[in-house]
Design a protein around this ligand. Sequence first.
Ligand SMILES: Cc1cc2nc3c(=O)[nH]c(=O)nc-3n(C[C@H](O)[C@H](O)[C@H](O)COP(=O)(O)OP(=O)(O)OC[C@H]3O[C@@H](n4cnc5c(N)ncnc54)[C@H](O)[C@@H]3O)c2cc1C
Length: 594
Amino acid sequence: MPHYQPPLRDMHFVLDELLDLNAELAQLPAHAGLDATTVHQVLEEGGKFAAERLFPLNQTGDREGCQYDAATRSVTTPRGFRDAYQQYVAAGWPSLACDPAYGGQGLPVVLNNAFYEMLNAANQAWTMYPGLSHGAYECLHAHGSEAQKQLYLPRLVSGEWTGTMCLTEAHCGTDLGLLRTRAEPQPDGSYRLTGNKIFISAGEHDMAANIVHLVLARLPDAPSGTRGISLFVVPKFLPDAQGEPGERNAIGCGAIEHKMGIHGNATCQINLDGAKGWLIGEPHRGLNAMFVMMNAARLGVGMQSLGLTEVAYQNALAYARERAQGRSLSGTKASSAPADPIIVHPDVRRMLMTARAYAEGGRAFTSYVALMIDRELNHPDDSVRREAADEVALLTPIVKAFLTDNAWIATSEALQVFGGHGYIAEWGMEQYVRDARINMIYEGTNTIQSLDLLGRKVLMDQGEKLRRFGEKIRHFIVAQSADPAMAEFITPLADLAEKLVKLTAEIGGKAAADPEEMGAAAVPYLRVAGHLVYAYFFARMAKLSLTRAAGGDPFYQAKLATARFYFARLLPETAMLIRQARSGAASLMAMDFS
Ligand SMILES: Cc1cc2nc3c(=O)[nH]c(=O)nc-3n(C[C@H](O)[C@H](O)[C@H](O)COP(=O)(O)OP(=O)(O)OC[C@H]3O[C@@H](n4cnc5c(N)ncnc54)[C@H](O)[C@@H]3O)c2cc1C
């Protein structure tokens, strides 16, 4: 049986020591009264809910999966999911980071993010139900009419109703410009929606009284392509005059998918047979509105992968301490036992340290991005808000793709620590690998994230956002240059920063002559950028730890050891990635596959 311990000590380190949360929050009027003690209490309680309530349902949920009943078009979630959701709602967890105007607690995104790491570590499939609702909340909050907000937001905030995002159709996944679902205007101001969506997460279930579907569709006069897509709110039950679930709407689940992982989450075919819906925001501007939800969801997917990385690491570590095989190369370590624990072997330690470094780097990075979202939403100075928004835009594709690729590596390494036992379901490790795989695909595949980073976020703005983030790194490097103890971190960080600038210019030049060059370089480019960001955060964490390790707290020694491992063993991947990115499009485009 696997186990999970919320990583509260590391969370406190990141929030309080690395990011100086108290000082940050003091600058944001909406959170000025919030202090570290309250943040710690919320995380402790949230961690208990995750570890004690959700984690025990993870393996059973995977084994049972969701059941679809064609006669009633209903979905039954695995045993315990519904009860856990009711407890979650009763405890007020859905409202944590929501607007007080609609019943929310108004706590910062950075806190909600840390909470979601723990929920996902405990049970990713379950967490997708409230996770998607929160995305729907954000979208309606940003783009809904006042009447829509009054009707839907309090119920999404309380968790009484859940939400979905309905984009994908059978012929249209990445390329949403192809979508066909139609929306016909009705005399009463509503719309009749007809079409078929596939792969809709949490599209039908038994956990909440109503489901608020946010659906992309085309109006009759819509231009073709992505400029002709509008967004609609289509509830499963039409709200009555009191706002309670009334008549059943003509939207329903036609089937659920049988899939590789996240079995506890219903992946639904959703049929709209003249369903009643209402336009959100402007006609033909639906993709724009949906981007609010998609960006939130991209960070959310990063948190799914961070959670899986952490829980897989914890279990691999416990196993490696217990499992006895062979003797240490440098001489027996457990002389009273017939063999040493496998944690003595260098390569087992490499696997453990890989997962650990990806968890700690990911936690520092995503907490920083979440804090930038808090600045973007709440800072009183407009220029600070804009700067934060630019940084979030630049870093979001890196959160999505780098963390999810790393979780695939980390969960696989953690499984490998178990040898053959990792491949056996009972230990829980193969579930983490299966669950981690989807995170690289949905919310825009990692290829699409890479194209977004290199094409839109870097080249289209002449590298301006990247340059400004690079300035932060440069300031840190300059500030540390007089400290010889920091040289082991600063030298490779400065070297990589310089190489990324050169690489960007080189690809930009080649892409201007041949756009295929951008497509050919994007994936390795994003990984190089991801490593630069991690190197920056590991160097900052090393700086704090060097100063504080003298106090004798082993936490800081461990942090330094992880940072050193990261620089020695993971960062060097960038040499290969840069060569790949520079190798150009020719070797990819030459083959005649016919
Ligand atoms: C379990 C699960 C849950 C999901 N949940 C939801 C949900 O809640 N709501 C929702 O709307 N959708 C959901 N999806 C759909 C998901 O977002 C899509 O599967 C994903 O966006 C990819 O689309 P596709 O599957 O059609 O692949 P395609 O778009 O057909 O892509 C196939 C391959 O081609 C590559 N590719 C495509 N276009 C390009 C390009 N222009 N440049 C380079 N490479 C390209 C892709 O990267 C990919 O490798 C879910 C999917 C799954 C499996």
